[in-house]
Design a protein around this ligand. Structure first.
Ligand code: TYM
Length: 352
């Protein structure tokens, strides 16, 4: 029996290097491993939590799909689908929510972050719960945002997935998924859902840093390099990446902003190239301009071929449609079987 692999990316814009190194690159690698039965989807329902413009949402779904295919996902090898093409997910989401606590959802880090953004709160105060309950009605935190982890858990559990290749920022959501699976199984005394694990070929989960010296590369942080960026744009972004005034004494500690560049180099450059620059940092001979040029060069080797294919595939509506049609059929088949089991277990049974 092959292990089931499942992962998805929200349809909120173009894919950036965080998505690529945290997730998509692994999807492509897993696809060629006969040990895995792979399923990759575009999470359009999850994108609804920010109430996007309908035309924009649809365009974003199409973009991500084209980017999946351009990066190497192959509908002949993997099940590629759109989340909303599997309506069974929405029903199991309702059922599973009956076993999920409002408190545990409110304590989720990603919920607190997004709720703060929705309410325009800057502080890191943990009192976000009070703010949410006390808020006036034109700045809402919608219930879909709160129950985001339930929907993500259902994406995974409805396919009975074992492995979920995601970046570090999604680990708390995976932990919740395991907890919900255990809770459901033990409440009903069944073994319906396996407990899924993150997967990165034996390495730790990846956190791709931003170019602005801050923590994580993210769409809403405005610090991204996109797979679709053209050569000039990418070079400009890398050359403008935040650094510092350079090492003054041998072997001095590396500042956060420079460490971020090294982290990107670890992902994109050959190990001896990275070592060369780390050594140059240690003996104070480093020139950040050269280092950034090297990084831009190596990133372009990865992104430019993908960009070319995105531009081709984007306009091939027939290919896009075909890819997700077979994917939806396969994904629905497995989802319908799990949903039928869950309904039966919970006592939702038909009279006719
Ligand atoms: P999303 O759309 O925020 O991110 C998609 C994937 O990209 C990874 N990622 C990163 N990895 C490393 N460094 C970064 N800076 C970085 N930024 C993004 C994320 O870890 C993720 O793997 N909730 C999910 C989508 C989802 C899902 C699922 C995933 C919905 N249902 C079921 C797996 C299984 C999300 O928001 O991803």
């Amino acid at each position: 029996m092959k292990e089931i692999v499942l992962s998805g990316i929200r349809a909120t814009g173009n894919l950036h290097l965080g998505n690529y190194y945290g997730a998509l690159r692994n999807f492509v690698r897993m696809q060629d491993d006969p040990a895995y039965d792979n399923m990759f989807f575009v999470a359009d329902l999850h994108a609804l939590t920010t109430n996007p413009d309908p035309e924009q949402l649809h365009a974003n779904v199409k973009n991500i799909l084209a980017e999946y295919l351009a990066a190497g996902l192959d509908p002949e090898k993997s099940t590629i689908f759109i989340q909303s093409d599997v309506p069974e997910v929405s029903e199991l989401y309702l059922l599973l929510n009956m076993h999920v606590g409002i408190g545990e959802l409110m304590r989720t880090a990603s919920f607190k972050d997004k709720a703060r953004k929705a309410l325009g709160i800057k502080s890191d105060s943990d009192d976000i719960e009070k703010e949410i309950i006390g808020t006036d009605s034109n700045k809402r935190v919608n219930a879909g945002l709160l129950t985001y982890p339930t929907l993500m858990a259902v994406d995974i559990l409805i396919q009975k997935a074992h492995k979920v290749p995601v970046g570090k920022d999604q680990e708390q959501h995976l932990e919740l998924t395991r907890r919900f699976a255990r809770r459901f199984n033990s409440f009903y005394g069944v073994e319906l859902f396996p407990e899924p694990q993150n997967f990165n070929f034996g390495a730790n989960a990846v956190k791709v840093p931003g170019l602005d010296g801050s923590g994580k590369m993210g769409k809403s942080e405005g610090n991204c390099i996109y797979l679709i960026d053209d050569e000039k744009t990418l070079r400009k972004k890398v050359m403008r990446a935040v650094t510092d005034e350079g090492p003054k004494t041998p072997n001095q500690p590396v500042s956060q902003s420079v460490e971020n560049i090294f982290t990107l180099m670890d992902l994109a450059c050959a190990p001896d190239v990275v070592k060369h620059y780390r050594d140059a940092y240690a003996d104070c001979s480093i020139r950040y301009g050269d280092m950034k040029k090297q990084l831009a060069e190596d990133l372009l080797k990865i992104t430019l071929p993908i960009r070319e294919r995105i531009l081709d595939i984007q306009n091939d509506d027939a290919y896009l449609a075909r890819a997700v049609k077979i994917g939806a059929e396969r994904a629905r088949e497995r989802a319908a079987a799990t949903l039928a089991e869950a309904r039966e277990i919970m006592g939702i049974r038909k009279f006719y």
